[in-house]
Design a protein around this ligand. Sequence first.
Ligand code: ADP
Ligand code: ZN
Ligand code: MG
Length: 484
Amino acid sequence: MTWEAVIGLEVHVQLATRTKIFCRCPNRFGAEPNTLVCPVCLGYPGTLPVLNGAAVDLAARLALALGCRVHAESFFARKNYFYADLPKGYQISQYDRPLAEGGELPLARHDKRLRLHRLHLEEDAGKLLHEAPGGAALDGVSLVDFNRCGVPLVEIVSEPDLATPAEAEDSLRSLHQVLLYTGTSDGNLEEGSLRCDANVSLRPAGARALGTKVEIKNLNSFRNVARALEAEIARQGELLAAGATVVHETRGFDAERGVTWPLRGKEEAHDYRYFPEPDLPPLRLAAERLERLRAQLPELPWARRARFTETLGLPAADAAELAASPALADYFEATAALCAAAPRTVGNWVRNELLRELKERPGGLVRAPSPARLAALVDLVERGELSAAAAKSVLGALWEGDESPRAAMERLGLAQVRDDDRLVTWIEEVLAAHPESVAELRGGNVKVLSFLIGQVMKRSAGRADPKRVRALLAAALGGAVPAP
Ligand code: ADP
Ligand code: ZN
Ligand code: MG
């Protein structure tokens, strides 16, 4: 029997508001523990929550970007559970009437749209520390930091539409892009601004009914979403192959060992004793407010990818890479607009050379050479004044200071050698040094040609134009060199 996986995601997104969702404490990561708290977010008796309108706007903006139906009226509910990070003993969330339903997320790297089930607002809980700040061991105790209590969250629940771990990883990356494009969250996975639970079950290939699912909690990197699912699919596959059954439960992922492990039995909705939040009125969104939010939506990642392929002629994979963040997409577009080369050529420079240099340097894109300077560099290559190989060295030199690409090229002595006499001298030296290759070429083995061109390029220290070298080699060897 062959089995197929069915995967659905539940994602928590911290909204990029200035203050928390029900009080005026700052919404900020990394402060001293328990310094961003007040009686409201600590759940003191007698305090009352007041809804932060900015959190509602961001949540609705995200919902509209994802094509959800945003309800004119939704309700808050109490989700009751007892845990040390939850001082009130309940979380204010939304239950049977969420902010938004439906919608879909077009994936960046798969030809698929992940349908969304719902999107709702809720508050975050605090954080338990099992080691002291700074990493010292704690002797048999845990500490709790309430700074995160009341940070505004959006929870997005998908339909079980995904079939592979790669699609799940792509989904989270694609959602991350929407967060950056809409500015609704910083999407920082290390700081927990984006957290993903993955649900997965197996069923006989082609079957309609869903199998028993397992929920894997708190996956904190894009890569770990795929790794955890791979491990869990393998585990469930072995159970089913052995005739055993999958237990409906919640599991954790041990990233070091690459295995999932049982956390707890699956809780059901009735375990939480949900009831309507009596301290908050219904959340009403006026039509004008929604229209304003809709009108303010920026171009979204899928639209930008489509524009890159359809208008600028980029291959789909290049478009996906260049549109991955609004900053990179803006950089590419600005460069392409200033450059005589085709957008696809400019895209290759950004994807291959610029991104490689960025990985090796601190400061990111804001410290990189401006689009105008990269455009000028690519133009030098286009006009044959600089070889592509030498241009890579010039690019590295553009990070410091504001020298023009031409000045850097001249200072480094990397201008392309266009003097045929010098090229012919190098060619004669190479032909004299490799008589056996010349004989092979004359014998009809055209593959040696690239070897000979390579030798000339080497003598020129990358400054010769390989096309010109080929032409001059052809002239030197008569009929032995085929037309390019
Ligand atoms: P629960 O009631 O256990 O929380 P839900 O129906 O609310 O389950 O779904 C939670 C998440 O699990 C959703 O993302 C959904 O797409 C996914 N899901 C539901 N059933 C399955 C299944 N059989 N296999 C895989 N994922 C599933
Ligand atoms: Zn507070
Ligand atoms: Mg559920």
